[in-house]
Design a protein around this ligand. Structure first.
Ligand SMILES: Cc1ncc(COP(=O)(O)O)c(C=O)c1O
Length: 384
């Protein structure tokens, strides 16, 4: 039988790295310390699960949800933005609920760019950005994030691109951006007429007193930008699939129009749980609820343990300022180092899956308990 012909755009699409990695790791069948995917091992706080169960028991919560998302959740997001960033958002126009932020990148690009449009994509960067650009038949233009510039982009004086994607606290490098940087980006994007797609998925996972800003703390940024966030990393809810996009009302409306044709929103009981999660900030003068403080503390200890352990073995790397990733320049090539570690039953993500500038790097995700990190360090010490 003749092979089915698929669209050419699929030939341009690289395989999604984590699906491939997971399949490979499973087939090895060994006892493995898995530092690959950024999927928190820490539990979802019980008060969120309890709300989810309570709401799942109500028949009315099993009907089709609204594409824009529950009004009360959009209200909770607006309140959270006010508490957390001092930013005002209009729940009916400037907020949309997503089936995780990953879905939103793809649908935003479809909503606001025509085929052939150029999109500036961070390199290294979260792989779904590249996929989203290619699936919309747009042209990715890589912007290097280099160690020498603290993994901040060096924006060209002029650009003919239509969109800039940025993500701080940054996956995979762990670097962070301050408000001055965001101001420069907004000025630059306005001068060059670009839409900013700002991914703030790790805004709540930062260390040593640093608090991540929102793009919308910059004056007038709403005229050109959309910001994404998610319950995935803050509340350990990766599997519940709930995130949101906020910002420019025309872009949000475009995103709604695309989503209306494709999906019917996030299950209502998950949205109710997200309301409960976000409301936990309300009675919290420090702007960090206790469960989150404990999680941040745990990631900090894991990062310190791994980085100090590797440094003491003569492997240079630095502690992340945000996210739960350690970005490490390999003593040899990425492939050689990944394979050496795999022989010790330690899995890390090869840097090149994040882009060309990831060559020579690997990423450790701090989603393993400290005991397992110690064990990994012991195994690594036998290499040297
Ligand atoms: C930078 C970044 N943005 C977005 C996401 C996806 O988040 P969600 O689970 O909301 O789709 C991830 C997941 O790893 C990520 O690293």
């Amino acid at each position: 039988m003749a092979r089915m012909r698929l669209a050419e755009r699929l030939d341009r699409l690289p395989p999604y790295p984590f699906e491939e990695l997971k399949a490979k790791l499973k087939s090895k069948g060994k006892e493995l310390i898995d530092f690959t995917i950024g999927d928190p091992d820490l539990p979802t706080p019980p008060f969120i699960i309890e709300e989810m169960i309570r709401c799942a028991k109500l028949p009315s919560n099993h009907r089709y949800p609204l594409s824009l998302g529950e009004k009360e959740l959009r209200g909770a997001i607006a309140d959270w933005y006010k508490i957390r960033f001092g930013v005002d958002l209009a729940p009916d126009k400037e907020i949309i609920i997503l089936i995780g932020s990953k879905e939103g990148f793809c649908n935003l690009i479809r909503a606001c760019l025509d085929p052939g449009s150029k999109v500036l994509v961070p390199d290294p960067g979260y792989p779904a950005y590249m996929g989203s650009v290619l699936l919309a038949d747009c042209e990715p233009v890589r912007i290097p994030l280099l160690e020498a510039s603290d993994f901040m982009p060096d924006l060209p004086s002029k650009s003919n691109a239509q969109m800039l994607i940025l993500n701080y606290p940054n996956n995979p490098t762990g670097s962070v951006a301050d408000l001055n940087f965001l101001k420069e980006v907004v000025d630059w994007a306005r001068d060059n007429k670009l839409i900013i797609c700002y991914d703030n998925a790790y805004s709540e996972l930062t260390y040593d007193g640093y608090k991540a800003p929102s793009l919308f703390e910059v004056e007038e940024s709403k005229s050109i930008g959309v910001e994404f966030n998610t319950c995935s990393k803050t509340f350990n809810m990766t599997g519940d699939r709930i995130g949101w996009a906020v910002g420019n009302e025309e872009l949000i409306d475009g995103l709604r129009k695309v989503k209306e044709q494709i999906d019917s929103g996030v299950p209502t009981y998950i949205q109710r749980a997200a309301i409960k999660a976000l409301r936990s900030y309300q009675s919290c003068p420090s702007k960090t609820p206790d469960f989150l403080k404990r999680n941040i503390n745990e990631y900090k200890k894991r990062g310190d343990l791994l980085v100090e352990g590797l440094n003491s073995l003569g492997i240079a790397c630095t502690k992340p300022k945000g996210t739960f990733y350690v970005w490490l320049k390999c003593p040899t090539s990425s492939t050689e180092w990944v394979n050496k570690l795999l022989e010790l039953s330690i899995a890390v993500t090869p840097g090149p899956v994040f882009g060309e500038k990831g060559k020579g790097w690997v990423r450790f995700s701090l989603t393993q308990p400290r005991e397992r990190i110690k064990e990994a360090l012991e195994r690594i010490s036998t290499l040297l």
